[in-house]
Design a binder for this molecule. Structure first.
Ligand code: COA
Length: 209
């Protein structure tokens, strides 16, 4: 019996549970600090305070906020942290994916890519050849990252955004939904539009999902 505790009973958590099932986990539970009941038919057995009590169990964090994802992943250092890849993702044999990362259905990751810890490579997104994706990055649904792009840790590429090839995006950066990034994003912040430009005001909302 493969047992998995998913931290974060959210919409994102439901998708993660589906992928876990497809990866052969037969005993799936959720931990959540704010919700009770069940999530996608799986029981929410308690809060994150149960982490230390659960044995013979792997963990995955299903929380959209990159910094909170990191906080929990650091708490799990002496535990087994899963890496979940949907069977309908297409991943080159020359890809390194670090622990705690989830790759959703329809995602494509091409040759010579490195994906960091605790990332989300979301539904139908793509990361092309020779990219380096830092820790706790989220490539949202339908976003496309062309070849030889470097994405710094905690950065969130919004839904449907496009990053052209040979670009560097620094840490802690939000690329808005639908943006097209054609120049390096050297300063942390929010970039939106076509071509993507840094927003005048800073109001990064990393707290969805
Ligand atoms: C960029 C983003 C973070 C801005 O969020 P925010 O700071 O809460 O901004 P607001 O919604 O208050 O919008 C502020 C202004 O920016 C505009 N704006 C917001 N997002 C935009 C985007 N992606 N592209 C272009 N303009 C955008 C709004 O229309 C608004 O313009 P106005 O002042 O003329 O009315 C957010 O809109 C976004 O794109 N998030 C990505 C979400 C996502 O991809 N989720 C995927 C989950 S898988």
């Amino acid at each position: 019996m493969k047992k998995l505790a998913i931290i974060g009973a959210s919409g994102h958590g439901k998708v993660v549970a589906d992928i876990a099932e497809k990866n052969g986990y037969t005993d799936i539970v959720f931990l959540d600090d704010f919700s009770t009941g069940n999530c996608a038919g799986y029981p929410i057995i308690g809060t994150s305070s149960l982490i230390s009590k659960l044995t013979e169990c792997s963990f995955i964090i299903a929380i959209g906020n990159a910094k909170i994802r990191e906080k929990f992943q650091l708490q799990l250092e002496d535990k087994s942290i899963a890496t979940l890849i949907h069977p309908n993702a297409v991943i080159s044999r020359r890809v390194h994916i670090a622990e705690g990362t989830v790759v959703m259905a329809g995602a494509i990751i091409n040759s010579d890519v490195s994906i960091g810890r605790g990332c989300i490579i979301n539904t139908g997104s793509s990361v092309d050849h020779d990219c380096i994706v830092g820790d706790y990055v989220h490539v949202s649904v339908g976003a496309h990252v062309a070849g030889t792009v470097a994405i710094g840790s905690y950065t969130w590429i919004g839904a449907g955004a496009t990053i052209v090839n040979n670009i560097s995006i620094t840490n802690d950066t939000m690329i808005g939904a639908g943006a097209v990034v054609v120049k390096d994003c050297r300063e942390s912040g929010t970039y939106i539009g076509i071509p993507a430009k840094k927003e005048r005001y800073e109001n990064i909302n990393f707290s969805e999902q």
